[in-house]
Every structure is written in C-alpha cells, then in structure tokens.
Design a protein around this ligand. Structure first.
Ligand SMILES: *Cc1c(COP(=O)(O)O)cnc(C)c1O
Length: 367
C-alpha cells in the first residue's frame, strides 16, 4: 500500500465511533440547521481561538466573502492577497466585486511579508489577507502595525493553520477577523464543507450572523440582503468532538513534521523556513522544494510514497486571473514549479516517516 498524502477520520476507529454517535443524535432530533449544536460549537471555537466571537458558516470561501462584505469592501476597493495560496483567497475578493491585488511571497518562508504589502498599498487598498499557508504562521506584528498606520483592515486566512500560535496568540485571532475552513482534509475538518470566522469585534460578528442567513432577525424579518451560508448542525456536532482533539492532533503533526525535517537534512530537497522564531507550524502540508520536482514525484511514486502539489499554479497564473501578471511575481512562479507535498497526517507511523525519508534520500543516490 502506498503511503497517502493525507488520511481522513476512517483511519481512526475510536474517533469514527464517537463521530457516528453524535451524527445519530442530531439525526434523531431532526435539528439540522442552527440550534444548540451550532451555538455550542461557536462558543467553544471562540474560546479555543481566544476571541470573543465565532460564527459558523458554510465554507472557508464563504467565511472570507462574508468577512469582506461585513467590512463593507466591494466594487472599487482593492484587497492585497499573496499569489502563493489556494485560489479561494483571491476568489472571495473578486466575488464581492473588489479587486484582488496579487503580490509575491518570501522565497525562504513561502509567505507574505509586511514589505510585500507596503509596496502594494495604494489609495484604493482597503484590506490585506495574510495566509498562514501550510500551517506556518505569517510574521503578523509588522503587518498589524503597517495596517494600522495605513488605515487598512487585516483578514487572516487561517484555513490551513487552526490552532497554530504566533507569540502566544492563536492564528486567526490577531487581525480584524480570522477565516477558517473545515473542509475534510484541514487540520480541523468536518464531513463535508464548513467554515467559521473568529473576531473580537461584536458588530462584525453580528453582521456576519445576519449575512449568513438571509439578513434575518427575528424569523421572516429580513433586515439586510444576505444569503444561505450557515454551518450545518451535523457539521457543528462533528467539529465539537474533533475540536477537543485538535491540540493533540496538531502536536502529532508538529512531531511528525520535525522528524521529517530532521531526516531530510543533508538531502537535496530544500525546506521552507519559519517566518518568526516565536511563530508555529502545524503542518497542514509538508512541502519540500527541488528543481527536479517532477522526477522526484515519479521516483517517490515508484517507492510507494504518494505526493501532491499545493499548488501547481500561483493564483495570478490561473485562467480566471491571468495572464497580465505573468512574469511579475517570480518567487510564486518558481515555487509553483519546484514545490512538492509529501505525506503528513496525524495517524502516520514512525515507519511511514522512515519510508518517506529513505525514498527521498534514494532519489539523490540514483541521480
Ligand atoms: C481550503 C482553503 C480555503 C477555502 O476553504 P473552503 O472551505 O474549501 O471554501 C481558503 N484558503 C486557503 C488557504 C485554503 O487552504
């Protein structure tokens, strides 16, 4: 059996039983939208993030879109977004009618920095979306200072970094608003699509509560134009169970990430470095870099190690966005050609880790 890039809940039979039980409870009550499970999850997730409020929504992309709408960002406005991210970060900006101003990332950390943002701020800039990509925390303090000076808002894309710390604060709790995805593969994943926002701003939280459900409060009183973007009660019930395990699972990821890192030292693959010594890495993705990426992938495949590429195109090279920026964000473009995602998931065994390391090492000796 090849080692997969990631594994979902069925790989953990005890957890699976716990989850099936809460699914049964929700089904027997027939309480599928809003209600007690969602309220409880929102309280528990806000506590976990260290924010005053959390609001469950239907996906990470909706979390970003609704955050932008709650901040009254729309047509004529610009939002700064790193090109080395999943497309959703830019898509949400475009979806609300604003312009995604795509910028490059640091070649060592693969992440956006305050310098990239400072160079991109213009008269129309309303916000920036730093992305804690791979689970590696962005150096936030210089960005928060810059944003305050420039009078722009900070929306953290925390879809890959639930539970990561930066200087003692949780990712997603530092900007005006943090946006999370609970897509099944994420560090906190449901059984389908889901997302949430976290914030200390009560007005923003209230606005997102209105927006996610037809601007309705109370029933059939539609105060503003909203949409259907709620987090289902089934997902909330599942996420409540998994939230209790998140710190332990992130510790597993940190331990496995450190073991892979140590084992790959001295091989030809390069590893991204941390953005700040008081930052964190919760290894949503374990990414290495090599000029012979495609050859490495073929070699690993032959040795029973699955791989992936997150992502094969930087956002500005996507058909939806290109091609005006082609060549202008060289770091993101080179990364897209050289990065390779290796297996890492909490139930990965020490033997799996050793096999991955040996497979990468044997690539070199065969060259
Ligand atoms: C997964 C992801 C999203 C989008 O989340 P969905 O729940 O799939 O809509 C946004 N940004 C990043 C960086 C992601 O990895």
């Amino acid at each position: 059996m090849p080692i997969p890039v990631t594994r979902l809940d069925q790989a953990d039979p005890i957890l699976l039983e716990q989850l099936l039980e809460v699914v049964g409870e929700v089904a027997r009550k027939g309480a599928f939208t809003m209600g007690a499970e969602l309220d409880a999850f929102e309280r528990e997730f806000a506590d976990y993030c260290g924010t005053a409020f959390s609001v469950g929504v239907s996906s990470g992309t909706e979390a970003l879109s609704l955050a932008l709408r709650a901040l009254e960002i729309g047509p004529g406005d610009e939002v700064i977004v790193p090109s080395n991210s999943f497309i959703a970060t830019a898509e949400a900006v475009s979806w609300v009618g604003a312009t995604a101003k795509l910028v490059d990332v640091d070649p060592d950390t693969h992440l956006i920095t305050a310098e990239h943002i400072a160079a991109a701020i213009g008269p129309k800039t309303k916000a920036v979306i730093p992305v804690h990509l791979m689970g590696s925390t962005v150096d936030m303090d210089p960005i928060l200072t810059l944003a305050e000076e420039a009078g722009i808002r900070v929306i953290e894309d925390t879809a890959q970094a639930h539970g990561a710390y930066y200087k003692g604060r949780r990712a997603g709790s530092m900007g005006d608003i943090g946006c999370f995805s609970f897509y099944p593969t994420k560090n906190l994943g449901g059984w389908g699509d889901g997302g949430a926002i976290a914030t200390n701003d009560e007005a923003l939280a209230k606005q997102i509560v209105l927006l996610r459900s037809h601007g309705e409060s109370p029933r059939y009183h539609h105060k503003i134009v909203g949409t259907t973007a709620r987090l289902d009660a089934l997902q909330a019930a599942i996420l409540r169970v998994k939230l209790r395990h998140l710190d332990a699972r992130n510790d597993d990821r940190r331990r496995l990430g450190a073991a892979l890192r140590a084992g790959l030292e001295g091989t030809s693959v390069e590893l991204p470095s941390p953005a700040h010594e008081d930052g964190d890495h919760v290894y949503h993705l374990f990414i290495v870099r090599t000029k012979q990426r495609d050859a490495l992938r073929a070699h690993l495949e032959q040795h029973g190690v699955s791989t992936a590429v997150h992502y094969p195109f930087p956002i500005h090279r996507a058909e939806a966005y290109g091609p005006e920026l082609e060549g202008s964000l060289p770091v993101s473009e080179r990364l897209a050609e050289e990065i390779c995602t290796l297996p890492l998931f909490p139930t990965m065994s020490d033997e799996d880790v050793a096999r991955v390391i040996a497979a990468v090492a044997s690539f070199e000796s065969e060259e």
